[in-house]
Design a protein around this ligand. Sequence first.
Ligand code: ATP
Length: 199
Amino acid sequence: MQLNKLEIKGFKSFGDKITINFNEGVTAIVGPNGCGKSNVVDAIRWVLGEQSTRTLRSEKMENIIFNGTKARKPANLAEVSLTFDNTKNVLPTEFSQVTITRKLYRTGESEYRLNDVQCRLKDITDLFLDTGVGSDSYSIIELKMIDEIIANKEGSRRALFEEASGISKYKLRKKQTFNKLKDTETDLSRVEDLLFEIE
Ligand code: ATP
């Protein structure tokens, strides 16, 4: 699946809107220390639904919004969009091009969009499940992840193979079903208590 385009506005060091087009072949981002190279990767993780501020190298989520410079006012909104080519139908949707967008306002409100239609974070995570693309999948590999995979911390090597072989979604569905079952058992026991009281 080809990444087509990344658009960033008001995210971390990017006060102005920037667009990165990923053409065929390898795209490399080069620049001096501290110029914002890692912020580009953070933006990709973030739009894919990353919730961990530690992973995003930020103390709190609000800090990912551009906080201004001497010459510029801080932004009120961080917005990142990532566009994929889906002509090979890797993503389970009829669209041949898929754009996901995440917004965060300084007021704390946030929003996810799928091809410009508001959606839930779950819709985005479900769409990318088992594709290898996702905030915590193997499409973005950092140095510390390589260490974790080698050391096999918390079964990370197994998780990687499960995602690559496409069984993560079934494991997730199993977990969701067990949770529902547990909730239903609790409800049932409550109903039994009520019946007992009425009788
Ligand atoms: P290195 O090569 O040292 O890893 P890098 O090019 O990857 O650096 P980043 O870590 O991506 O750089 O960017 C760091 C810069 O981003 C710092 O200058 C920091 O001040 C800036 N930055 C981070 N968050 C914000 C924010 N919310 N608003 C404005 N600037 C920010």
